[in-house]
Design a protein around this ligand. Structure first.
Ligand code: ZN
Length: 291
């Protein structure tokens, strides 16, 4: 029994991203496609986004150009492929502040937002540092931070401190402090209530690829962290361990949104824009958007 549908939606991509950015220590291992995605969760009368993507103008476009991102399409087009208009989105969970996750807050005019208090605090602090200490801002657009603060002022941003179970019925938020970013967060959807064998985790950037769960050459069975941490790689691996236990000890129930192999694992299709839709699960009574 499924209360919620989950679709992972590609909205742009980097054709050749260096492997050392994907997995810690994967130097001289070439390049791989890195899809840029956000995730739609729909059910129980709720329309929920995990992250917003970025807006392809101003600071967002500058950052995207710097990372070699191509093929961007707006949320109206990407969500339209699964029959949803951005105005219908009532809730947005922000996993972290990198431009490709936080960079399109204004596209969701009717939504209430959630992010970790520490994530916003820490980036404001980093913005106050002299330029030579600002390396962590490599993928953060200060204008996105200011737009998040403006949502606080409007009363539309919930800043949470740590874990928050049942933020919506059967949906939990978990903090991952000092990992990929200072206050990263991930989302668990429990489709059968307490039965964690039918639960899913939307991992944000805490996991980039299933290979991190023990699939590295010459290190079989050993967990590896993602290639970018403003916190610590050890904290990242610790969080991976916690995540697996939170979905019935099965890492296949963790969705790494940048994983190019999702299209081979889940029912998927290419849209008219050449972007992937991965159908992770369907709510009871919902029709497939990939058939
Ligand atoms: Zn990130």
């Amino acid at each position: 029994m499924n209360d919620y549908s989950i679709w992972n939606l590609e909205y742009s991509y980097v054709t050749n991203y260096h492997m050392s950015g994907i997995i810690y220590g994967a130097h001289n291992e070439g390049h791989r496609k890195l899809p840029y995605c956000y995730t739609l969760i729909k059910g129980k009368g709720k329309t929920v986004m995990v992250d917003t993507g970025y807006n392809n103008e101003g600071g967002g476009k500058e950052m995207a150009d710097g990372f070699g991102v191509e093929g961007w399409h707006a949320p109206e087009e990407v969500l339209g492929e699964v029959g949803v208009n951005p105005d219908e989105v009532d809730t947005v969970f922000i996993t972290h502040s990198h431009f490709d996750h936080l960079g399109n807050l204004p596209a969701f005019k009717n939504a209430t937002f959630y992010m970790q208090e520490r994530e916003l605090d820490a980036w404001i602090k980093t913005m106050s540092l002299p330029d030579y200490l600002k390396w962590p801002m490599v993928a953060v657009d200060p204008d996105d931070i200011m737009r998040a603060v403006d949502l606080v002022k409007q009363g539309r941003m919930n800043l949470i401190n740590g874990d928050l179970e049942n933020v919506l019925p059967g949906i939990d938020l978990f903090a991952a402090i000092d990992t990929h970013t200072p206050g990263s967060m991930y989302v668990r959807v429990r489709n059968d209530g307490p039965d964690l064998n039918n639960a899913w985790i939307i991992a944000g950037d805490l996991v980039y690829t299933y290979e991190q769960f023990g699939g590295r050459p010459n290190a079989e069975g050993v967990y590896f962290p993602v290639g970018l941490a403003t916190g610590s790689q050890q904290n990242l691996v610790d969080v991976m361990d916690v995540m697996v236990k939170q979905v019935g000890d099965d890492y296949n129930k963790i969705i790494p949104i940048h994983e190019v192999a999702l299209k081979d694992i889940f029912p998927s299709r290419l849209t008219q824009y050449g972007l992937q839709i991965n159908e992770i699960c369907l709510a009871d009574g919902e029709t497939s958007k990939v058939k």
